[in-house]
Design a protein around this ligand. Structure first.
Ligand SMILES: [Zn+2]
Length: 339
């Protein structure tokens, strides 16, 4: 080990942007530098593109395990001309090759919005030393056709290569009494409203924990379904199922605020929705009992109810879903990565 290069590397790292919310998202990261030219916003000139991978061994894309950090910046190149640093836009994307169902983080040096797949989401200010940073979470829809898509923010454009997650198909038999898709009055409306909740305060840090301990993961996210021989059009399994005996505690996976605690819905059964902030909402459905009420603040690991089979469920399990700006995200990413 060469001492001086180690020290200079440390010094260099010390000058880098710190991208705290994304530390353990283990993917290649990317910095786009673009001088602001307010006179010609239509010209998205890319002054320089610095591309860096996380340290050797960084995962290419669809693997969700591990955790290498990707800290990248132009900052060290602009220290000699500090006045120019505020004229440089930076867009950092946690993974340029996400797969269906994956959540990625976009970080910018400017506030505003990020547009992807015809949806716009707000950038939120992050607490950071030095220059302000703003970030937004984007969930890649599970049924988005693999291919190249543009992501836009503040005059910057970047291409994302969305990969196929190869979610399979599941055949399911439900008893006649449960083979219905007739929601209770107000059920769909309340769930849709909950999934669209966006509050600016980020209430969680670190990974989400499994909401049921020692449970068997019975149905993975993303599976298409054939129920009683009928393929469900435009349907995919929008969460992760934890099979466990009725009455097993269901825990909050991360801190947040309860926005729905409802019993008796025909499809979802007994349901709790938790707002974690920044457009991230989790749902726990088919529960036997509920131990929280709307407005409650919950801590990670706090019991919110028990496993059941209420609503349209064939046996006792917790269906746990995570929505990011109203798009279902594969919870596995949240159990393994810090956003
Ligand atoms: Zn489920």
């Amino acid at each position: 080990m060469n001492n001086s290069s180690s020290i200079s590397r440390k010094l260099r790292l010390a000058t880098l942007y710190f991208f705290p919310a994304c530390l353990s998202v283990a993917f290649q990261s990317y910095v786009l530098a673009n001088p602001v030219n307010s006179n010609s916003p239509e010209h998205q000139r890319r002054a320089s593109i610095s591309y860096a991978k996380a340290r050797a061994g960084a995962l290419e894309n669809d693997s969700m395990g591990g955790g290498t950090s990707a800290l990248v910046s132009q900052q060290d190149e602009s220290t000699s001309t500090p006045e120019s640093s505020q004229d440089v836009d930076h867009l950092v994307i946690s993974n340029l090759k996400p797969v269906q169902g994956e959540t990625i983080m976009v970080s910018s040096s400017h506030p505003g919005e990020v547009k992807f797949n015809n949806e716009s989401v707000s950038l939120f200010a992050d607490a950071a030393d030095g220059q302000p940073r703003y970030s937004a979470l984007i969930a890649i829809p599970a049924q988005l056709k693999p291919g190249t898509y543009q992501l836009l923010s503040g005059g910057l454009v970047e291409s994302l290569a969305v990969g196929n997650a190869h979610y399979g198909t599941q055949r399911l038999s439900l008893p006649k009494s449960k083979d219905n898709f007739q929601a209770s009055p107000g059920e769909k409306e309340q769930m849709e409203k909950a999934k669209k909740t966006v509050s600016s305060e980020k209430m969680w840090s670190g990974v989400f924990q499994h909401p049921v301990k020692h449970a068997r993961l019975s149905t993975r996210f993303g599976l298409k379904r054939i129920v009683n021989g009928k393929p469900l059009k435009d349907y995919f399994h929008s969460g992760t199922d934890f099979a466990a005996p009725q009455g097993t505690p269901v825990l909050a996976a991360a801190p947040g605020r309860v926005i729905v605690a409802h019993t008796g819905w025909r499809l979802h059964g007994n349901t709790v929705c938790i707002d974690h902030g920044r457009g991230v909402v989790s749902i726990s459905i088919h529960m036997n009992t509920i131990k929280v009420k709307p407005g409650d603040s919950v801590e990670a690991g706090q019991q919110i109810g028990t496993v059941g089979k209420t609503g349209r469920a064939s046996g006792p399990h917790l269906h746990y879903g995570i929505y990011v700006n109203n798009v279902a995200s594969n919870p596995d990413y949240w159990f393994r990565n810090t956003y």
